[in-house]
Design a protein around this ligand. Structure first.
Ligand SMILES: Cc1cc2nc3c(=O)[nH]c(=O)nc-3n(C[C@H](O)[C@H](O)[C@H](O)COP(=O)(O)OP(=O)(O)OC[C@H]3O[C@@H](n4cnc5c(N)ncnc54)[C@H](O)[C@@H]3O)c2cc1C
Length: 441
């Protein structure tokens, strides 16, 4: 398997998701010049959800994706559908710090509601993407368990509307069959799905509502004229009144201002062969998506056909590892020793966008140019809310976008040449601090 090629190909990268794509039919290539009210650049969750929110309100929208819908992080991720909008939902004080005391509750609520958008669309448009409820935050030690207990209490105090259950070491085998964890917190308001099928299903829904969606449509330049914007694809163009930049970690230097404040960070996943029913019943009996509490965390879940999808290994140095399987397999065996010897059918990775403060960046560059990026590892549900915030603002309701714009996002230090190695050094330092904390606690 040639992983490097599969990461950088213009087709969907080889992955379990691409191999189980329920919406393989291509969207058309743009052959001539077109006009539209809004042009969205980028066909991941940010772009597709913006287009679908707009199409639902009858706004004329064209979306252009340089490769295929879901080619970027949206079609490659862990499929964990989690709430929160920047800070953890359990850390309300952080919402007050980041967004201000007056806006904190509204943004906190976005962090709850973003999952509802995903659920509502799956139901409304009949999207075939294996959605399942249930998420488990797994604790490896007493300190993490106590933090999760406090998180549960904080969420309940704030009126979190979904069931939460603290799982002790006695009950842990009901959720996860692994000696690595001593307990954790089940959140029934979060879940998991097949993200490529979700994003392509949403794009099909937007198309049915009148959005024009084009694949193989790379934007090379954006030119501003007196009364319109020209989105240049070299061989043709889209003329629009407003433009939405949704390229995130893959936008490159199309808009240097945005490139400076987001860094692509690699994350990787392996998928086992389908596992026997008795193994599944032991390792994840409740079909929860799960995640540990470390800085460089492991995340895993079952696919609908009974594979374990095991992810992790954040890579901050701008390159992808040659052998994803060799790096992730031992981590998987540490969590589930009984999987020693199972076959790995797929391995893949992709880039997610990270900003300096790890808060989603949603705003306007000017009156007609909107953008959203840098959701870090929590983007599946958050992109759906970002799309709604931008679509609302385009239609003249910009209260939430204005709140997002109060957060100042700085460029990474070090310029183009040094910001990646600087970030890698910073992250290595964070991991070092965590190791020390675990030794001490
Ligand atoms: C391996 C991995 C695991 C992850 N796991 C999870 C998880 O379990 N849960 C979670 O919540 N989040 C997870 N994430 C993060 C999540 O996937 C992202 O935050 C989210 O998908 C970002 O969506 P997006 O639309 O902003 O960006 P993307 O999905 O990356 O889409 C950007 C698109 O823009 C296109 N584009 C860029 N430039 C141009 C151009 N010039 N012209 C036309 N098109 C262009 C690209 O081709 C790309 O398709 C993970 C990410 C990765 C990589």
């Amino acid at each position: 398997m040639r992983i490097r090629d599969s990461i950088h190909t213009d087709r969907l990268p080889l992955s379990y998701y691409a191999a189980s794509n329920n919406y393989p039919e291509a969207f058309p290539r743009l052959e001539g010049n077109v006009e539209s009210e809004v042009c969205v650049i980028g066909g991941g969750f940010t772009g597709v959800s913006t287009a679908l929110h707009l199409a639902e309100k009858g706004v004329d929208v064209v979306l252009v994706e340089q490769n295929q819908i879901g080619w970027g992080a949206s079609g490659r991720n862990g499929g964990q559908v989690l709430g929160g909008f920047g800070p953890e939902l359990s850390d309300y004080e952080e919402y007050e710090k980041v967004y201000g005391v007056d806006a904190a509750l509204k943004v906190w609520q976005l962090g709850v509601d973003c999952v509802d958008i995903v659920r509502d669309w799956i139901v409304r448009y009949g999207i075939d993407c294996d959605f399942a409820w249930g998420y488990f935050d797994a604790a490896m030690n007493e300190r993490e368990f106590i933090e999760l207990k406090a998180a549960k209490e904080a969420l309940e105090k704030r009126g979190y509307p979904h069931d939460l259950k603290l799982v002790s070491s006695r009950e842990i085998n009901e959720v996860i069959g692994s000696d690595r964890f001593i307990g954790g917190l089940v959140n029934e308001g979060w879940g998991h799905c097949h993200p490529l099928n979700l994003v392509r299903g949403e794009a099909k829904a937007a198309e049915k509502l009148g959005a024009r969606i084009y694949e193989d449509a790379r934007v090379s330049d954006i030119k501003y004229e007196a009364d319109s914007i020209t989105v240049d694809l070299t061989w043709c163009r889209v003329s629009a009144k407003k433009v939405v930049l949704a390229g995130n970690a893959y936008l490159g230097n199309l808009v240097p201002e945005l490139e400076r404040q987001v860094l692509p960070v690699g994350s990787y996943i392996i998928a086992t062969e389908p596992l026997p029913a008795d193994v599944i019943a032991r390792i994840l009996p409740g079909n929860h998506a799960a995640c540990d509490q470390r800085w460089a965390l492991d995340y895993f879940r079952l696919s609908a056909d009974g594979r374990l999808l095991f992810g992790g290994m954040a890579n901050y140095n701008g390159t992808h590892p040659k052998k994803i399987k060799d790096a992730l397999y031992p981590k998987m065996i540490k969590v589930f020793p009984e999987l020693e010897g199972v076959r790995i059918d797929f391995e893949w990775g992709g880039n997610l966008g990270v900003g300096l403060n790890r808060i989603p960046q949603i705003g306007r560059l000017d009156d007609v140019t909107y953008y959203a990026q840098a959701y870090a590892g929590h983007g599946v549900a958050q992109t759906h809310m970002a799309g709604r915030i931008i679509a609302d603002a385009i239609r003249g309701e910009d209260e939430m976008l204005s709140i997002m714009e109060t957060v100042k996002h700085r460029a990474f230090p070090g310029g183009r040449l040094f910001r990646t190695p600087l970030l890698a050094a910073g992250m290595a330092f964070e991991q070092f601090k965590e190791t020390i904390r675990n030794i001490v606690s």
